[in-house]
Design a protein around this ligand. Structure first.
Ligand code: DHB
Length: 475
């Protein structure tokens, strides 16, 4: 079985017009054999070609991170596979906005977040081509103390990797017009940002500086798990969502700060003019009900329906605020928060006053490790006349998919979206995915969103369904 190359559209880009270091060499691979357990628990013997690309840019800053690997299935369970026209799963393994490298890998990667078979391996066993790309991250610092992986380095690198793949159309196996990106948490943010910002000219100067290949960086579809996005509004969103909940220590976050941020969220949500079926325009007055009805109750219903009657009764007895009626879970937003119990981050959760979060480091620059990126936190520390550093607003836009979906709507965005988050994941507000979903729906895109009931940060409970979804949307 397999995916034959389309007769049209698969002609190679002439390599004479390309930087020689960016021309993919189809014959430079090692042939490897591995056993992959699929999402249903069946083991498959997969023979594949494994390619290492030393750098996806002509002028790498640090090729340890700016490199990629390609895995191409040739035989699955003894049957030859044709992957020339297969979809390409473009995997990033970024977590915490830290640097991510595949340079040392000698075969397709495992799951960078632990757990079961990696998404890349599942895709390979389904006959898809898998590209695993590294990227610079926030903590990288050179010998003169300069931070060289802070925003927007990671997204620029991943875009350069996409350009490399697309510029090698006809040489690199797989259908470069059917790239599906994948990532979790900060990696989910970058995956959704790749999808939202495809071919945006805002990144051109950064890409040119790296000597990125001359090609499109638009991708076809996005898989994003618990994306940590909309960072400049994340502190407000967090207080709107979890402001009433105690920290794990049992103490409450500062009430005044929490209230100020939560109130400010109202203006932001209203400004987006998001619409949702049954709710009209979303505001912070109906956003809670929207999350409950559209995302959280269906999540709990799915979870509870799958239990035996006895197990469901036990669950409901132990979780008093979760109701069950006519085969459906029912609860209010307040009930849900009681079920949730605690918040995991203090106030402000992202642009913290002590400049100790991943995100303040993400917005570091030069020899400055971390900076404020919201006026709220900056002015709390430095007084009411303080102004954000001049480069910050543009960098926020470069890092935020919502910018490319709401403020400067990008027609070249991905139109197919697989979005997943644990309903008990308090790494960011539950409204972050809710807003992303609503906006994509409003734009008319194909969106498959699901909250995993009682699941925490990084959960992926339907990996096999994602693999099938790829076949469906790219077919
Ligand atoms: C991740 C987690 C966070 O809490 C955060 O603020 C940013 C990134 C992560 O797991 O990637």
């Amino acid at each position: 079985f397999g995916f034959s190359a389309q007769a049209d559209g698969n002609a190679a880009v002439p390599s004479a017009s390309m930087d020689p270091s960016l021309v993919f060499a189809p014959d430079s691979y090692s042939e490897l054999t591995t056993s992959i357990t699929d999402a249903d628990g069946s083991a498959h013997e997969v023979v594949y070609r494994f390619y290492k690309v030393a750098s996806y840019v002509a002028n790498p800053v640090d090729a340890t991170y700016q490199s990629l690997n390609v895995s191409v299935p040739v035989q699955i369970d003894g049957t030859a596979v044709e992957a020339a026209g297969a979809p390409i799963l473009f995997v990033n393994g970024v977590g915490g906005y830290m640097p991510s490298s595949v340079a040392g890998n000698t075969g397709i990667g495992g799951n960078p977040f632990g757990g079961g078979t990696s998404r890349g391996q599942l895709a390979l066993a389904a006959g898809y081509v898998v590209v695993e790309a590294g990227a610079r991250g926030r903590s990288l610092v050179d010998s003169s103390g300069v931070y060289y992986g802070t925003a927007p380095a990671a997204i620029v690198d991943l875009k350069a990797a996409v350009r490399y793949v697309k510029s090698n159309k006809g040489r690199i196996p797989g259908n470069v017009e059917r790239i599906v990106t994948s990532g979790t948490s900060a990696g989910g943010a970058l995956s959704s940002l790749l999808g939202a910002s495809g071919d945006s000219p805002l990144y051109d100067s950064y890409l040119a500086e790296l000597g990125a290949a001359n090609a499109s960086d638009a991708v076809f579809a996005v898989g994003a798990w618990c994306p940590i996005i909309d960072l400049e509004h994340a502190d407000m969103a967090y207080e709107w969502c979890y402001g009433s909940l105690p920290l794990p220590s049992g103490s409450l976050a500062d009430r005044t700060l929490s209230k100020e941020l939560s109130t400010a969220y109202g203006d932001y949500v209203a400004s987006m003019k998001l619409k949702a079926k049954g709710f009209g325009t979303l505001t912070t007055r109906n956003l809670d009900e929207y999350l409950v009805k559209t995302h959280l109750e269906p999540s709990a219903t799915k979870y509870l329906s799958a239990l035996s009657d006895t197990d469901r009764e036990t669950y409901l007895a132990a979780n008093a605020t979760i109701g069950w009626s006519d085969g459906k879970a029912t609860f209010s937003w307040t009930d849900f928060l009681t079920h949730q119990g605690t918040r995991s981050k203090d106030v402000p959760s992202f642009d913290d006053f002590a400049l100790s979060t991943p995100e303040t480091n993400l917005f570091g620059t030069g020899t400055t490790k971390a900076r404020h990126f919201t006026l709220f936190s900056l002015r709390h520390e430095n007084g009411d006349s303080a102004r954000l550093d001049a480069d910050i607003p543009a960098k926020l836009n470069l890092m935020n998919p919502m910018y490319h979906l709401v403020e400067d709507v990008n027609r070249n965005r991905a139109k197919h979206w697989w979005i997943r988050v644990g309903a008990e994941d308090s790494a960011t507000s539950l409204s972050v995915v809710g807003n992303l979903h609503a906006r994509l729906k409003n734009l008319g895109d194909d969106v498959d969103t699901s909250y995993y009931w009682d699941a925490g940060h990084g959960a992926d409970e339907d990996p096999g369904d994602f693999i099938k979804w790829i076949a469906r949307v790219t077919g």
